[in-house]
Design a protein around this ligand. Structure first.
Ligand code: S3P
Length: 385
């Protein structure tokens, strides 16, 4: 408790801090590593001490007020002479490669799930380096933040804060009930705890209104997957298909709206529908029409409402195969060249809008498994590297 100057557990008049044990549950090894820590509050200090004590070679602390960290740096340098420490306010002040990136800021926390603790482009670049091993987010609601999802999309292992929250509580239990300490190593108990943690991730989704938007080209599987995902997490009522929603409100099918009133009229209806859906006081998994989030205005509407955006990336050939003979989609009843150029133009936007990208050329069951674990399993490890 002394190191962190904070206590979260009191037993027999003695104070303890179990957050470090909670953080250590991520199981990272820091020997010789270079780390980027975002933030400089209580959670950041726990991460910094844990990594430095674990043999880290260099820790760069990004803070809005690096000048306020002078005393901290002095004490860290004397305590951990093997480790270099630096405090910066801008990533451009440092070399661009880290083994671990740890978020200890509240950015990205519900209800502002659109937040990100560092600029998107800079983050994506760091995720592309060969050095990167894993990222960690102290934020646990949503269980997978934008920060976590972008890493998983890049094939980088990413831990959300739920495990830390859970394990600091388990550590506190061990302090309060020393006679039960060994019980926590029991495989049965561990499995029960794991399931409890999983249940907590879904409970957060139920109790804190969160919108998950699926986007991607026509026939990427947005409706199928949004429906399957909501069923798989036991919340079938969370599923909405924006085209169905519009058709119900307008009382006529999308192709008729296109034919009689034109595309511009349909886009206006889309905007209205999206605004309504985002304003609802419940969690929704929304399959958007393939053109909806192409409009920067609608995209920023979704972002500022704290929605998470999932792009289903489908190869053009596969999309065409799936829609052969389909007459319900007006934009596909065009020459191949026109469809191709629409696809290429849009794909760039889909990828830029995405917090999470999944390869949707695969069968739906496979996509569902990936989607479900990336969004809701806090111990999911996309350990491709
Ligand atoms: C459109 C996609 C369609 C539908 C409308 C316009 C588009 O939805 O909203 O035909 O612009 O891509 P799906 O992506 O579900 O086919």
């Amino acid at each position: 408790a002394g190191l962190f100057s904070a206590v979260n557990t009191v037993y027999k008049k003695k104070g303890y801090n179990t957050d470090a044990a909670g953080f250590a549950a991520a199981g990272f090894s820091y020997q010789g590593c270079r780390l980027l820590v975002l933030g400089s509050g209580g959670a950041a200090r726990i991460m910094i001490h844990t990594a430095a004590a674990g043999g880290a070679a260099e820790i760069v602390i990004k803070s809005r007020t690096p000048e306020k960290l002078k005393d901290l740096l002095i004490s860290l340098r004397s305590r951990y002479p093997q480790c270099r420490f630096a405090a910066i306010s801008d990533l451009r002040e440092t070399e661009a490669a880290f083994h671990y990136i740890l978020n200890a800021t509240p950015l990205g926390m519900w209800p502002q799930a659109g937040g990100l603790p560092l600029p998107r482009e800079a983050y994506l670049r760091l995720l592309q380096t060969k050095e990167i091993r894993a990222v960690f987010d102290a934020v646990y609601n949503p269980p997978a933040t934008r920060f976590v999802l972008l890493a998983r999309s890049s094939g980088v292992r990413a831990e959300g804060g739920l495990r830390m929250l859970f394990h600091q509580a388990v550590e506190a239990q061990k302090i309060w009930h020393p006679e039960l300490k060994e019980r926590f190593d029991d495989p049965g108990v561990r499995e029960t705890l794991r399931r409890g943690r999983q249940g907590l991730a879904l409970k957060l989704f139920t109790d804190f209104p969160q919108k998950i938007l699926l986007t991607g080209f026509m026939a990427a599987g947005k409706s199928t997957l949004a429906r399957k995902l909501s069923e798989a997490i036991g919340r079938p009522e969370a599923f909405v298909d924006s085209d169905d929603y519009i058709e119900k409100a307008a009382g006529r099918p999308v192709r008729e709206i296109f034919r009689k009133e034109g595309e511009a009229a349909f886009r206006l209806m889309e905007k209205k529908a999206l605004s309504r859906l985002l304003a609802m006081d419940e969690s929704l998994i929304i399959a958007t029409g393939g053109g909806m989030l192409q409009d920067p205005e609608l995209l920023s509407l979704a972002r500022s409402a704290g929605a998470l955006i999932v792009t289903l990336d489908v190869p053009l050939e596969e999309a065409l195969r799936r829609t052969a003979g389909d007459t319900a989609r007006p934009l596909l009843n065009k020459p191949r060249k026109a469809v191709e150029s629409l696809y290429n133009k849009r794909r760039t936007n889909y990828l830029e809008a995405a917090d999470l990208v999944i390869d949707a050329g695969r069968p739906p069951e496979e996509c569902l498994r990936t989607l479900q674990s990336m969004l809701f399993a806090e111990d999911f490890a996309a350990d491709k590297k």
